[in-house]
Design a protein around this ligand. Sequence first.
Ligand code: 6PG
Length: 478
Amino acid sequence: GHAQIGVTGLAVMGRNLARNFARNGFTVAVHNRTAARTRALVDEFGDEGSFVPAESAREFVAALERPRRLVIMVKAGEPTDAVIQEFAPLLEEGDVIIDGGNAHVADTRRRERELRERGIHFVGVGISGGEEGALHGPSIMPGGSAESYKSLGPLLERIAAKAPDGTPCVTHVGPDGAGHFVKMVHNGIEYADMQLIAEAYHLLRAVAGYSPARIADTFRTWNEGRLDSYLIEITAEVLAHADPVTGRPFVDVVADRAEQKGTGRWTVQIALDLGVPVSGIAEAVFARSLSGHAELREASRSLPGPVPQPLDEEAAARFAERVEQALYASKIVSYTQGFHQIQAGSEHHEWGVDPGAVASIWRAGCIIRAAFLDRIRTAYETRPELPSLLSDKRFAEEIGAAQDDWREVVATAARQGVPTPGFSAALAYYDALRADRLPAALTQGQRDFFGAHTYRRTDREGSFHTLWGGDRSEVSAG
Ligand code: 6PG
């Protein structure tokens, strides 16, 4: 065979990825379970580059040069396992299977281990950027062996998005599941970013009294500053859109029940296991679940609350500026939490993930791409052992400068009855990290009282227990 890469699974993501490879000068073998899709791809886009259509798995494998590089673009879960089982027996030692779906990291680790025993490299790759990204340049997060990256890296670098300084948005994130793990956290951060933007919109609408079109303009202005990002940009587009059927703002005719496919939930589940406080991401996932409970919301509609009192024009403009501060500060917190999770996951699995490199490859191509990420990259580059993004001097200064307005926004939201779980959780995280003493000491006292769970002291080494049911003297517990 002479195709440098193959793509099987030609739904829109797979098809666009195959076209991206072909447009970049690679010969691409293409395969799909139903051959009609393969033919449609070649009929429609065959002139974009060099495609080798394959009807059967055998034909597909035969079309690939060795070591074979074969990208699977099917649904995560069982469909991925089914395709691996179909192809693995046809492959030889040194061949590389690439899974470009949003797989769960545990699945990726299992598949990598099983295939490694057969001498096959399995590379779980996070690909972000949606359909457009897949075609014009996604952000690519490959895991798998360092050896597989030698053969795969040069191809991925060609098709990846390029950061403003020209760097391709791809790096070998780390072994086995590191790539899918980092992609999962990317999506968790994506959920948090979206929730924070939604809260900003809600406040501008309910408290500032702005129309969706006006909020679109506000976001466009913000997008020229430090919040410059893809998600703010598309938010303005969505808010400015009028429903062609009714002429009403599009955002007013869409059912307010947010859906999710699972990557945000996984981020939180895994964060719980790692003991990493990703409260902003968790609130974003919960906000989506809450919105979906139509019956619960219906049953609660008559509960009392304040009626939002829209502000006058001048106060509204001042409030909008404060919301920008709250949004930016909360965004710093979400990224702090997300990068904490990446570092914790990396330590737990001994992946050696470089957080600065992750920030670097998120600068373009992916859904959370933003000017902000270049600053995160710089923060880690300046200090690779940075304990937390909040300990970076520049971020610490900015969040410090935003905190008054941030508090004002959260207080106003509480007073006016607008839910802001993202802003509030982020502020609580900030204040908890700043606190000299936390009430966790009391929690320890309670645990010791009801369960003799012991506690540590501030003034002496060791574990202690108070004889709560007896004379309340303290005993050493080792
Ligand atoms: C990306 C996106 C992509 C997908 C989201 C949507 O990075 O390109 O994150 O992976 O569109 O996972 O997720 P939900 O359907 O869960 O919102």
